[in-house]
Write a protein that binds this ligand. Structure first.
Ligand SMILES: NC(=O)c1ccc[n+]([C@@H]2O[C@H](COP(=O)([O-])OP(=O)(O)OC[C@H]3O[C@@H](n4cnc5c(N)ncnc54)[C@H](OP(=O)(O)O)[C@@H]3O)[C@@H](O)[C@H]2O)c1
Length: 246
């Protein structure tokens, strides 16, 4: 019997990260998820673990991407728990929308710190744990906003565009590290992040989407699962946007 592969999924408590963690746990992966908000439940997250049967190998580590100290502590905790890794899914992220010229630089910097610098810092710390030469891989969850830009999302679009560039850098190192790197750029996916959109906006999005529906977290998990097993795909960004026409 081959040993289970181990994957880190950041932001695994809800939304897209949760769908990815669920999918991989069901597929037999040993999952180490991260969460940010203090749920007072130590390093396990009962609702998620309780919903998956038979008992999956899911463990949780607390991490706030906005804090260098927290990212460092999380990386050490992951190393202690996992030893070696087979994949990293950099999913955790947040948004802070507002008019470009009116947005204070501190807000722009805070968002870049969390979505981009924090993710780079974590990846740099975890990269040596990845098993080179055994089809290890990194998948970064970017955004359509990082591919095409989006009005009102200056820091978010910059952070996600930066993640796509970071993905390409990682992919170029594959010949040395044996680690593939790819990104997924979701369009509009039904999660807490997009829960504040009003009905008019949702109708507008659905109308502009050739598949005529908003995406589900499971749609993004499909693409992540594909990339983890796609041994000749490296340095690419897959749009998961239902064919959104801008
Ligand atoms: N939903 C969309 O339409 C959409 C579209 C394109 C890209 N994305 C990207 O997909 C990823 C997941 O989004 P989602 O829609 O699932 O969002 P979500 O429901 O808001 O979940 C975000 C996850 O990231 C974690 N997180 C947020 N800020 C963090 C920080 N500073 N440090 C560590 N963890 C943090 C959250 O942890 P807590 O629960 O502890 O707060 C949560 O687990 C994000 O990177 C997002 O930018 C989403």
């Amino acid at each position: 019997m081959t040993a289970a592969k181990t994957v880190v999924v950041t932001g695994a408590t809800r939304g897209i990260g949760r769908a990815i963690a669920d999918r991989l746990a069901h597929a037999g992966w040993r999952v180490i998820g991260t969460y940010r908000r203090d749920r007072g439940d130590g390093d396990r997250h009962p609702p998620l673990a309780g919903e998956i049967a038979p008992a999956p190998a899911i463990a949780f580590v607390r991490m706030d991407l906005g804090s260098d100290a927290s990212v460092g502590a999380a990386a050490r905790a992951i190393a202690a728990r996992a030893g070696r890794l087979d994949a990293i899914i950099n999913n955790a992220g947040t948004t802070d929308d507002g008019a470009f010229l009116a947005m204070e630089e501190g807000r722009v910097a805070a968002l870049l710190q969390a979505n981009l610098f924090g993710t780079i810092r974590l990846t740099r710390a975890l990269l040596p744990l990845l098993r080179g030469g055994s089809d290890a891989s990194v998948v970064n969850i970017a955004s359509l906003a990082g591919v095409a830009g989006k009005e009102g999302q200056v820091s978010y679009a910059a952070s996600k565009g930066g993640l796509i560039g970071f993905t390409k850098l990682l992919a170029r190192r594959t010949s040395r590290t044996g680690v593939r790197a790819n990104a997924v750029a979701p369009g509009f996916i039904a999660t807490e992040m997009t829960g504040m959109l009003d009905d008019d906006m949702v109708r507008h999005i659905v109308h502009g989407t050739s598949l005529r529906r908003i995406g589900e977290p499971a749609d993004v998990a499909d693409a992540v699962t594909f990339l983890l097993g796609a041994r000749y795909v490296n340095g690419t960004t897959i749009k998961v946007d239902g064919g959104f026409k801008r």
